[in-house]
Write a new protein. Structure first.
Lengths: 296, 300
């Protein structure tokens, strides 16, 4: 039986991180071919010898090429996204180096960031919860949210509890608003319901109105963000949409009606009582994703 | 042919084919605001090189195709959030602001309306006041109405005169407030995410032409460097007068940015036909060709 712990000396801050490294390595053992495993173990050994940062940076940068052929995704913890083999390998190599080098994590992260490619940034964003928390880490995550590249944004925002744990209300609300803008799946943002707030409701009301007066479609998931309706034109818009045959749009409004804190016009009050939503927010989000894949 | 100005376009991200098409459509002058690259800059050196290119290579490149190129200089709102970098940029910015052809401090303002963005917006407003410069304001694409109001309130708080501030990326929800407060209201005709030109026609029919400017903000995204001439043509087709089209697509840009003393009609009326053989620091847009390229279905 392989003693994983022997391979990872405990210089680490915590036993928890050691356990994590061992867990990742064990998962990779079961999911990659012999050639890739050999490369990985050799890389880990070389980093363990602490021959300097050049070795680490070279190995880290090589992962994209070396692991590209390894298919399959892994789930490490419930509160982090699914990782590809390349992505989790980057996390493992990085934590190994952090363990050995004795350097401050922020310092290592900063150096990786400067020369990182998109795949590396995504890997780091997905693994945020595995790293020691600091203000710099939060700033790094926020920078990911500002990206114009949808996949980078999603690596921070989706299925990633770093967002719900560490972002203040301003950052959180901007993340939600941007998700609506770029049609990232809102239903995949963890703990969204618990972090709904009045300011977000105000912002999304304004955004909805902006779309309505410009004769543009409103993202159905937007209606999940509002606590109340601030402008009667939104009710008029809802009445129009409720006549349509678009199930996602209709059900999104029906869901919003059920939880709305505003007083409703008579017609909408009647609809609220008589028509219950057929799909919940998760199902609506999933249907929208299918629809968007068909269009693109 | 009518002449047009595009007072907000990110030429660095456009190809030379765009310049050819722009010139053929009647665009005679452009203003390129300093903005971000699409992914975060990591050191002040990349800002320095970018700023230098706006007053160097890009100005030259545009001229090769008969277009006068001007720019604004500033730290954009997105990258203001990197405070260490923002400090360094603010330190070098004054070296660029007084240069020839720099018509305003911009495009500055808010992206997410964070405290740090606010700090650097205000500092740059102070620079604009100190150097008696115009300001080009980028209004946020998210939470726009509140961000636009805040941008104007803060500008007034710092003593900027509204007629010296151009508020860009307006829409139906912001225009009234901008015009009421005496600011210039620019509209970016940008498919899908900003204004469409049919809506622009409605705006001009409803609000007239005073202090209204049309631009493209064409950049590395799905955008159209011919948005201004196309909007002009659509306006004419929809019964808007030639005078009104001339105002929104040409004259108002001169009235607004001409206040800088760096942007005058004579600049392009007097300039020669484009001569691609003129070099910039020994460089030419030509690549071994002897005759300037014209768009054609024959490539040889």
């Amino acid at each position: 039986m392989v003693d994983y712990y022997a391979q990872f000396p405990i210089y680490l801050i915590s036993r928890k991180m050691t356990n994590l490294i061992v867990k990742i390595h064990h998962l990779l053992n079961s999911n990659i071919n012999q050639e890739s495993l050999h490369w990985l173990n050799t890389a880990l050994e070389e980093i363990k010898k602490n021959q300097g940062e050049d070795v680490f940076f070279f190995k880290f940068a090589s992962i994209g090429r070396m692991m590209k052929s390894q298919k399959g995704d892994v789930k490490i913890t419930d509160d982090t996204p699914v990782f590809s083999i390349s992505e989790i390998t980057r996390i493992l190599i990085l934590l190994q180096y952090f363990n050995i080098s004795g350097k401050n994590f922020d310092e290592i992260l900063h150096k990786i960031k400067i020369t990182a490619d998109t795949a590396e940034i995504i890997s780091l964003n997905k693994g945020l919860l595995f790293f020691p928390y600091s203000e710099n880490l939060r700033l790094f995550a926020e920078e990911g949210l500002r990206s114009n590249m949808k996949n980078i944004f999603e690596s921070v925002a989706l299925e990633n509890s770093f967002a719900e744990k560490y972002f203040n209300e301003i950052t959180w609300n901007q993340m939600i608003l941007k998700a609506l803008f770029i049609e990232a799946p809102l239903y995949q943002i963890r703990n969204f319901e618990a972090r709904k707030n009045e300011e977000l409701s105000r912002m999304t009301n304004d955004y909805a109105l902006e779309r309505i007066v410009a004769f543009r479609k409103v993202n159905p998931e937007l209606w999940h963000c509002i606590n109340g309706v601030n402008d009667l034109r939104i009710f008029d818009h809802w009445l129009e949409i409720l006549k349509s045959s678009d199930e996602t749009e209709v059900n999104a409004i029906l869901n919003a009606l059920q939880s709305l804190q505003s007083a409703l016009p008579t017609e909408l009050q009647k609809i609220k009582l008589e028509k219950k939503p057929k799909y919940n927010w998760t199902q609506i989000g999933q249907l929208l994703e299918v629809k968007r894949k068909v269009i693109t | 042919m009518m002449k047009f100005i595009d007072p907000h376009i990110h030429c660095s991200s456009r190809t030379t084919d765009d310049y050819v098409n722009m010139r053929e459509s009647g665009i005679v002058a452009v203003i390129e605001p300093a903005f971000w690259l699409g992914q975060p800059r990591t050191n002040v050196g990349s800002f320095i090189d970018y700023f230098s290119s706006l007053i160097g290579w890009e100005r030259f490149r545009a001229a090769q195709f008969g277009i006068k190129h001007y720019c604004t200089m500033g730290l954009n709102s997105k990258e203001a959030n990197n405070e260490a970098l923002a400090e360094a940029v603010l330190e070098i910015l004054p070296r660029y602001l007084p240069k020839e052809g720099v018509v305003a401090v911009g495009e500055i303002g808010y992206d997410e309306q964070t405290k740090v963005e606010d700090k650097y917006y205000r500092l740059q407003l102070e620079l604009a006041k100190k150097f008696d410069m115009l300001v080009m304001v980028h209004t946020p694409h998210r939470d726009k109405k509140r961000g636009t109001l805040k941008s104007m309130e803060v500008a007034l708080e710092h003593g900027l005169e509204p007629h010296k501030v151009i508020i860009d990326h307006n829409n139906e929800e912001t225009i009234q407030d901008v015009l009421d407060r005496g600011f210039w209201a620019a509209f970016t005709i940008y498919p899908k995410t900003k204004m469409g030109n049919e809506r622009m026609v409605d705006i001009v029919k409803k609000y007239g032409t005073e202090r209204i400017i049309v631009d493209s903000s064409a950049d590395w995204g799905y955008s159209d460097p011919l948005a201004v001439p196309k909007t002009a043509n659509l306006m004419l087709k929809k019964g808007i007068s030639q005078e009104a089209v001339h105002a929104t697509c040409y004259k108002n840009a001169i009235l607004a940015y001409g206040q800088s003393g760096q942007f005058t009609e004579n600049d392009w009326l007097e300039s020669n036909n484009s001569d691609q053989k003129i070099l910039f620091e020994g460089n030419s847009v030509l690549r071994g060709q002897t005759e300037p390229q014209r768009s054609s279905s024959v490539i040889s």
